[in-house]
Design a protein around this ligand. Structure first.
Ligand SMILES: [Fe+2]
Length: 167
């Protein structure tokens, strides 16, 4: 089984409500990997309906998170909200298309390839547009002088973008 995705403190946006959601989404994804990976025993792996239900639930949880995040942004008149909302819509469309394809194929096992696609989908959100938003938020909260915080943000953005290009 590929290495399980676990939360890293340096992925934190330093916005507790949103970090909590991101951690929960990663935990949910890891749980699906454990239950439906090819090595899973006890009859869970091989149940296409249960796997699709679990992935559907992950998608719904992401959608709910997007709603909370957009409410949060509206709360302080974030200027980039339009762009961020479009990205949310795009991510949900991507997920729906993946699920549709897997459902049509009758996918019964959450193998390394499928896990990688969902992992990248999750991280594209957590390490992508949310970073720009967190930077704007931190400026508003007077954290723009925190050099360590800014450095961590930019290192993660650039290394994640590089890894996406290499795939
Ligand atoms: Fe988010």
């Amino acid at each position: 089984m590929p290495k399980l995705l676990t939360w890293r403190e340096d992925w934190s946006l330093h916005i507790e409500a949103l970090d909590r959601d991101h951690r929960a989404l990663i935990d949910l994804f890891a749980d699906i990997c454990i239950r439906f990976c090819p090595e899973a025993s006890s009859g869970r792996c091989g149940d296409a309906n249960a796997l699709m239900d679990a992935l559907t639930y992950l998608g719904e949880s992401m959608r709910e998170h997007f709603r909370r995040e957009e409410d949060f942004m509206r709360g302080f008149d974030y200027e980039g909200i339009g762009e961020h909302q479009s990205e949310h819509a795009l991510l949900m469309a991507e997920f729906t298309a993946m699920l549709r394809e897997w459902r049509a194929e009758g996918m019964q096992v959450f193998d390394g390839l499928a896990q990688g696609l969902v992992r990248d989908w999750l991280l594209a959100h957590i390490l992508g547009a949310d970073r720009s938003f967190a930077e704007a938020y931190s400026r508003l909260c007077g954290r723009e002088d925190d050099a360590d915080y800014q450095r961590t943000m930019s290192v993660y953005q650039s290394s994640y973008r590089t890894s996406l290009v290499r795939r």
